[in-house]
Design a protein. Sequence first.
Length: 360
Amino acid sequence: MTSTGLLAAFAKWSAQGRPLALASVFETAGSTYSKAGEQMLINSDGHFHGMLSGGCLEGDLAARAKEVIESGLAQSVVYDLGMDDEELWGLGVGCDGLMKIFLQPLNAATAYEPFATMARALSGDSEQIAATVIESDAEDLPPGAAMVTVEGALAFSDLPTAFSQDCDSLIGEMLQLRQSGTRSVSTAAGQVTLLFSLLQPPPAILVLGAGLDAEPVVRIACELGWRVTLQDHRPAYCESGNFSTVERLVCVPVDDIGGTFDLDRYSAAIVMSHHLASDRSYLAQLAQTSIPYIGLLGPVDRRRRLVDDLGELANSLEARLHGPAGINIGGRGPAAIALSIVAEIQQQMAYKPGRRIPAP
């Protein structure tokens, strides 16, 4: 699940001045719907955005969030579904995992920190880190105190300066590992447990070609919360298609995409203009980028012809070019092809290092 919906809910509720609670998973064991670092926002009416358990525990979390909002005090909750969950919850959820969740208040008086800065980080293009105190014996390090990086630099902290500096190496370590998790830190005042949350902005996807078959690609990608940029050099295509959910729709000449977009910010590009000369130009420009996934529509022979036309430029595309784009799922038609392409991009992002990580 990406943070797109979470950010939209936060923007709406914070603009209304609503008090909120941020629920963060900080430890799991066994089979669980979410892992450490996953987040959910809950407002004072019990409405929430995000999902940590597949719907099993959200009602109880909403009730606990109300306590946190009213008291202004953070709290931790443990759900052990390895016990007789049907007797405990009356749900019979059939899970056997353990999940620990940290709830902390957010309100206008504190400018909705630390989540306001987390939202800035999640709106960027590179992975960042938020470190939140979960448990503490130190008076100057209360639960809920946090520090957050944006664009590789510390952007918010209500932790003591010296302690923040001590956490720099841990932040760098978690960025290198590209994962969330807890770490215990010893201080002169006592033991502190921190949740290091990897803040992963929604992937940015570039779709080159706004034909009818681009519509299901855009629709599925946006449903996943991806940020989609759509480009076509033909005004009629841009104006007639149903592309209301894209982040950006641009009609510029094919040869101008390198000067129009910061191409290296994209996690994937899909070349689907169905025009040989246009696709050749797209590939020539994409070959000079670091985009880890480049999908090309059309049969194998067409891909070979285009690659041959590119000459030495094609060498940098060899490990990244997928043509025909998509996983073979046996489907036909625009919707099935779109599903196969989006599935292949998801697979590539999940199992290959594709997102740029800023230096700690």
